[in-house]
Design a protein around this ligand. Structure first.
Ligand SMILES: [Zn+2]
Length: 468
């Protein structure tokens, strides 16, 4: 980059940081609104609208209801190239409703809560987009910034269907973050995963008076699961297969005429998931044959890919995270976090709230979880980072995270995330060399493996309440 461009970029970054600082009250308002909405995956109507409207009010052109999901949107500002995407999430989780206090007490017993911190996640991405736009306009940085409103990350659905709709294809790079108990850029990885439902049909009959006339669909499900458990012995160590019976009949005196089982099949590589799915399919057919029932449906509702890490973007994120600095917490916030930690039996040693930036980890982390950010990372250079928004040692998907996310602890971390995203977006827009390095690395890591989705091309997203 020329010195003129470097100077312009540095002052644009300072501009973005100032803009986000001056928006602190609005940031908190938006986070708390979405935190209170606490909407389930694919039903995040108010949360998505809150963010989409804010982007619209700030000059973005918003397309709502993309990829057949009413709660998905794409907001764009600028013209021409390059195009940088920021990936926002805002869905919540069942049974994790919780007041913003360090003792367990739900707002709505059994209700939804932001136990993964997505209220501040979506808020930070939105404020990052707005600050990037304003700093671009003032500094005369060319290109486009996009904020993607990605629903249903918790079901690994949103970005998969958005990827299928081709919404990420023209991006030069995508960036995101996640709320956490530490602040760090690490090369992302995680497992590819397919979610698949099998339904069997048998013949109902009186289970005691005429069992010989019945054929149990539940038997097929049970034998299928037994076979899958034997299959486990012969898969790679990184594979994970888990299931729940979603329909096992109604009452014991009726031979179950229908039964269903829901599987997640995971592995470090998507091609292994494809192979294991084909095996589980054979098992299902075999179970139907053994029980003289019929396999009437086999439905994949989502299929996500493992993350493709990108060191070039990770370096940029790390650089900007250090420019912004880690979140700093008050004594009152530390006291809150200490009381949260007292409710966690195996909380690790260390401070109540992490206030440092951990070193950039240069080896991809082999996480056991899955994320639909993986699908974006198969299509364009993508990387993410984590920022402290919760007490040190909070278990994933917990009421403790809901509690912290609804306070200034979550918001201080979220502001750091927003600034880091904005600075990195500006750098990606201004620095053609960085984009080139990211792209070259992306192509090397991806190799020649095609992006293959196992979801049928005409299948609609699994929106609750919709048939099919
Ligand atoms: Zn999450």
């Amino acid at each position: 980059m020329s010195t003129v461009l470097t100077d312009r970029l540095q002052s644009a970054k300072q501009d973005a940081i100032r803009i986000i600082d001056s928006d602190a009250d609005a940031f908190s308002e938006v986070n708390r609104a979405i935190w209170r909405f606490a909407e389930p995956s694919l039903l995040e109507h108010k949360s998505a609208e809150q963010l989409a409207r804010l982007l619209e009010e700030n000059g973005f052109t918003v397309t709502r209801g993309v990829a057949d999901m009413p709660t998905a949107f794409v907001a764009e500002w600028g013209t021409g190239r390059p195009i940088i995407g920021i990936l926002a999430e805002y869905d919540s989780l069942p049974s994790l409703s919780q007041k913003a206090q360090p003792e367990r007490e739900p707002i709505v017993p059994g209700g939804y809560g932001h136990g993964c911190g997505h209220s501040v996640f979506g808020t930070a991405c939105t404020f990052a987009g707005i600050a990037t736009k304003q700093a671009m306009a003032r500094a005369g940085i060319a290109g486009r910034v996009r904020v993607y409103g990605c629903p249903a990350e918790e079901l690994l659905v949103g970005k998969v269907y958005m990827a299928r709709a081709g919404l990420f294809n023209d991006l030069d790079a995508a960036i995101s973050w996640h709320p956490a108990d530490k602040t760090q850029v690490s090369l992302g990885s995680g497992k590819a995963m397919v979610s698949v439902h099998y339904t069997f049909a048998g013949v109902a009959s009186h289970a005691s008076a005429s069992p010989h006339r019945g054929r149990s669909a539940l038997d097929a499900v049970e034998l299928m699961n037994v076979a899958a458990n034997y299959m486990r012995e012969h898969v790679k160590e990184d594979a994970r297969i888990h299931y729940v019976i979603t329909d096992g009949g109604i009452q014991p005196n009726v031979v179950p005429p229908s039964a269903s089982v829901w599987y997640y099949i995971r592995a470090d590589r998507h091609e292994d998931v494809e192979a294991y799915l084909a095996w589980v399919d054979q098992i299902a057919k075999g179970a139907a044959m053994m029980t003289q029932t019929m396999l009437v449906e086999r439905k994949i509702d989502t299929d996500c890919h493992e993350l493709v890490p990108n060191r070039a973007i990770a370096d940029a994120l790390d650089r900007n995270l250090r420019l912004v600095g880690p979140p700093r917490f008050s004594d009152e916030e530390k006291e809150f976090a200490t009381r949260i930690r007292a409710t966690i039996p195996d909380a690790p040693e260390g401070p109540a709230l992490n206030e440092d930036i951990a070193p950039l980890s240069t080896e991809p982390r082999r996480g056991a979880g899955s994320t639909d950010v993986g699908d974006v990372s198969w299509l364009v250079p993508t990387e993410q980072f984590r920022v402290t928004t919760q007490a040190n040692g909070c278990p994933g998907h917990s009421w403790q995270i809901t509690a912290c996310t609804g306070t200034s602890i979550g918001e201080k971390g979220g502001m750091v995330a927003a600034k880091t995203l904005a600075c990195t977006a500006l750098e990606l827009l201004a620095d053609a060399g960085l984009r080139e390095r990211a792209k070259k690395e992306f192509q090397e890591r991806r190799g020649g493996v095609p992006y293959r989705l196992l979801i049928p091309s005409d299948q609609k997203p699994p929106i609750p309440g919709n048939a099919g």
